[in-house]
Design a protein around this ligand. Structure first.
Ligand SMILES: [Zn+2]
Length: 111
């Protein structure tokens, strides 16, 4: 059982960092980083850091494959969250009155 994934960043192997250098003198390469699977990025916590060594590699991947990613889960209409808008009288530091507008979540599950 392997306990790592290769970073999915399309340019991970092109970044000039010492930890990516592999090979012997005369045939050195920059290699894609391994992403260790730990308690912080596997099992219940499986997340983007299970597949990417950095935010940069994640952004490179998302920007390279954005059309395919959006095609998998398209948003064809707006989502809405029910709220109540509550106006409250308040006073500022100098005692001057103003109206404070609060957005309050509405629980429409009957709870
Ligand atoms: Zn990477």
């Amino acid at each position: 059982m392997s306990n790592f994934n290769w970073c999915h960043g399309p340019s991970c192997h092109k970044s000039h960092t010492q930890d990516r250098i592999r090979g012997v003198k005369g045939s050195k390469v920059l290699r894609t980083r391994k992403v260790a699977q730990t308690e912080w990025n596997s099992g219940e916590r499986h997340n983007m850091y299970s597949y990417f060594c950095s935010n940069g590699c994640y952004n490179d991947y998302a920007n390279t494959h954005i059309n395919e990613i959006v095609a998998l889960h398209p948003r064809t209409e707006a989502l809405e969250t029910p709220i109540d808008v509550v106006k409250e009288q308040a006073t500022d530091y100098f005692g001057r009155p103003y109206v404070n507008t609060k957005i309050v979540s509405v629980d429409n599950n009957g709870g």
